[in-house]
Design a protein around this ligand. Sequence first.
Ligand SMILES: [Zn+2]
Length: 311
Amino acid sequence: MAKYLIDLVMPVGILLALSSATKAQSSDSEGPIVRPELIRKVTESVYIIPDNFVRLVPNIGIVVGSTAILVVDTGLGIENGARVYEAVKELRQDKKMYTTITHYHPEHSLGVEGLGNDVVFIASEKQHQEMKAGDRIKNQFSRQSAANHELINNAPYPIPDILYDHNYKLDLGDLTVQLTSVGPLHTEGDSIIFINEEHVLFSGDIIMGGVIPSIDEQHATFGPWKTAIERIAKMSPQVIIGSHGDIGDQKLVDTWDRLISEISGALLEYHASGFSKSQATKELTSVLSQKFPTWRNDRRRMSAAVDTVYR
Ligand SMILES: [Zn+2]
């Protein structure tokens, strides 16, 4: 882990937990399986099952209030949702259980059905629309491997019990959770989830520790991404849990502000200099790999960024 990243993470207990997770040898060979045994406490009432750096596994959040519990993102398919359910049983006791998603992509939404019959699923109107039209990405994931196919093929997109437009306030007893729709950025229906009393933000793909942004090249632009980051800064989150990657603290907000400026600034320059899309993609990849050498990146992210600015 580069010094740079260590600098971004939480002090004390969280840092210890984080650095061990970061160093853990993870591999994609087992497929996108949620590992409930990795569950750890982040603050007094918030737990995560970390993604363990496995592709198509999200960081799964568990928020335990005095009267109800909330699961944020659910894993790829019913089997993974059921693993999450097993992991939260003890924390839940006889409390009411809610679940919500940071965005509709299959590894976030398709585990909802595994969380039992009495879970209340909350989603934004935009997420609901995207799930209804979500077969393309589901089939795409399913074709990528036999393991994906196995996990996805019997898992329908879940139907929300509670729909919200822009904001929703969820009462967990002693905790208030604020759900805010901020897309289109990574998807049209990105939402962030803030736990007021503990200053914890589930930031979806809008801010992630150690992962380069992936923009929805058809619907989003980088300007609103900056606006969303400003909005997040005003919330003053102390712990930031992206839907993939490392946990961060408030410094991660500034890092992402710079990162988004860096990407959009560079691309505007390339465009003005007459670079082709493939030249721009190559150049941006090399700039980011120098500035963020340990951050996860791939060609798809880079060409989506290029397409967005060149559009
Ligand atoms: Zn996603």
